[in-house]
Design a protein around this ligand. Sequence first.
Ligand code: NAP
Length: 355
Amino acid sequence: MENRNDFKTAMITGATGYVAGWIVKKLLEEGFTAHAPVRDPENPDKLKYLNALADQAPGTMHYFKADLLEEGSYDEAMQGCDVVFHTASPFVMAVNDPQKELIEPAQLGTRNVLEPANRTPSVKRVVLTSSCAAIYGDNADLALTANGVFTEEDWNQTSSLAHQPYSYSKTVAEKEAWKNAKAQDCWDLVVINPSLVIGPGINPRGTSESFNLIRQFGDGTMKAGVPDWGMGVVDVRDLAEAHYRAAITPGAKGRHITSGHNSSFPELAKALREHYGDAYPFPKKALPKWLVWLVGPIMDKGMTRKMVSLNVNHTWRADNSKSVKELGMTYRPLAESIVDFFEQMTQSGLVPPAK
Ligand code: NAP
């Protein structure tokens, strides 16, 4: 299938973030002009990694000031863009006010990014970074699926403000995007639904929850063990490729589960132990569910007993075949992703030195 070689200018929201950093890299390498609306374009510390990418690639970077919560703030950055990647959305688990900290930037932010596309005739396609969290709420939801596997047909029906608010934010944001897409015919929407993203960051000390989670495997936090919690995993570099293909593949449409592996916490720990041996205090065993239920919410502000009940000792299984067939995706081995990620953390000092 022919690609859209006429696409040359792209807007990317959340460019300072973990997932978008690799999308920016890919675009710059392909010679794109990248428009990056960021909250603080005057902050050299936040932009230095993106600037370093631009210095080494044929494409060019332009920064704009914008905020997901400000209506009209993306108009300027969108001017002349063929494609819009909407990636910005808070990915945090421990919040005090889920409505303000998660739902508003996700849902209102999506509206504020997509509405200007209706008045920007150059925009032909929008690629939205949604999540597998918009497909399912808890692992127990596997029982609600037609064939015991999550597919693009499934929608998260179980998350709410009170239970799994991050997943709820991604669900309402994706619904908002489809509502906006269906109300016009100037641009089409292609959605990427990643599972847990791992792999090295463009910024080696990223603030995404992905860093927080994988760091805890090696800094001693999890040395007593991990819950047997099933999840999907995808490499951040493969995910950037999926976004790029979603933009330039003319026939791409709908949602795409973008997940390399059906995995679990114990499996991630095993991959690290196989590579590093005992050099770091990696978890060696799966904790009994009753113990996680009792102690988990005390140790981790983002965890509740309901979450433990519906996810621990539950398998996670998703069908990534649409991304393989329609976007031509291949996924690198899980061990490569987690080891490259952890290696970066050791070098940037995010985890204490090896024994
Ligand atoms: P991240 O590194 O924390 O990036 C989030 C980005 O959103 C940052 O660039 C941040 O900008 C921006 N942002 C947050 N609030 C904003 C606001 N009010 N206005 C403008 N920008 C704002 O997280 P990430 O992991 O890359 O996540 C990126 C996307 O991937 C999200 O949509 C997330 O839901 C999705 N996703 C992530 C995972 C994963 O495992 N990481 C899995 C599935 C889906 P600042 O630099 O200014 O803070």
